[in-house]
Design a protein around this ligand. Structure first.
Ligand code: PLP
Length: 283
């Protein structure tokens, strides 16, 4: 089931402002090209970040740069100097007042790519199909655990299998324990009895920055937050399941597998405040 997104955009990014910067050289996004021999293309060998731009300003950019450096370290790559990435981000954002997507990639060949594009137009995710994700392992077992690498094939496959099952996207669960993990491109929390439950990053999931913001909001609003490991069956008694990512709102999920969820006051509160923080943060 897909419902059109109601996310209000400050102003869509004009096509003329869709820009790429490759190793410090800017060009229109449509003309950007990377050599087919680049390890990012040939092997998906690199790390990346997707940052929400709200009214021309990149939300929590320093946190995204921290995570990019952590991802590079997790796959044994040296990241480029942070000031180079910051200079690229400033260059593509110069004079922009729109909502947009800022993406940063560093590849094993040493390519540094920053793009600014329009926010993706996608349907709201309401129905999730649980899908096993044996490639997500705790850091003790798997060095790249939690890294946002350019090798997203397994995640995207899980999403397609979920769609084949009649859902909008996947809820990734660990194998063989069936712990609740994350979505292929979003973080997940659930509410039970007024307490927000956040699968902990020691499961090997991405340390979602939008989810961090939601958990900070919850803390500020006096909502108790628990971090831990919960089996999928825990959702049988959950009140709300909420997903988020840097380019999406906080979204209440209506169904996971055969479990349905009705009212979602916590999701509504978190979403309202998330939108506000994205508009009002001071960089
Ligand atoms: C696997 C995965 N988990 C979670 C997230 C959400 O992270 P963020 O909130 O930092 O965008 C993403 C975002 O792309 C992701 O790919």
């Amino acid at each position: 089931m897909t419902i059109a997104s109601s996310e209000p955009h400050a102003a869509p990014l004009p096509a003329t402002r869709q820009t790429a910067r490759i190793n410090g050289v800017s060009c229109p996004l449509a003309d950007a090209a990377l050599a087919v021999t680049d390890a990012g293309v040939a092997r998906g060998d690199g790390a990346f970040e997707t940052v929400g731009v709200w009214g021309g300003r990149a939300f929590r950019l320093e946190d995204h740069l921290d995570r990019l450096e952590a991802s590079a370290a997790a796959i044994a790559l040296d990241p480029p100097p942070r000031e180079d990435l910051l200079a690229d981000a400033r260059a593509v954002l110069d004079g922009v007042a729109a909502d947009a997507a800022l993406r940063l990639y560093v590849t094993a060949t040493g390519s540094r790519i920053v793009t600014l594009s329009a926010l993706p137009e996608r349907g709201t995710v309401r129905v999730l199909s649980p899908q096993p994700a044996p490639w997500i392992q705790p850091p003790a077992a798997y060095h790249p655990a939690g890294a946002k690498t350019m090798s997203y094939g397994p995640n995207m496959t899980a999403g397609r299998l979920a769609v084949r099952d009649g859902a909008d996207d996947a809820l990734l669960i660990s194998h063989p324990d069936a712990w609740i993990l994350e979505g292929p491109t979003f973080g997940v929390v659930f509410a039970s009895g007024g307490v927000l439950h956040a699968p902990s990053v020691d499961l090997g999931i991405v340390d979602s920055i939008s989810r961090r913001t939601l958990l900070e909001i919850a803390g500020d609003r006096g909502i108790e937050v628990l971090y831990g490991h919960w089996p999928l069956a825990e959702l049988a008694t959950a009140d709300e399941v909420i997903i988020s990512s840097s380019l999406r709102p906080a979204t209440a999920v209506a169904r996971v597998g055969s479990w349905t969820f009705g009212e979602h006051p916590i999701a509504d509160l978190l979403d309202r405040e998330l939108r506000k923080r994205r508009r009002e943060f001071s960089s």
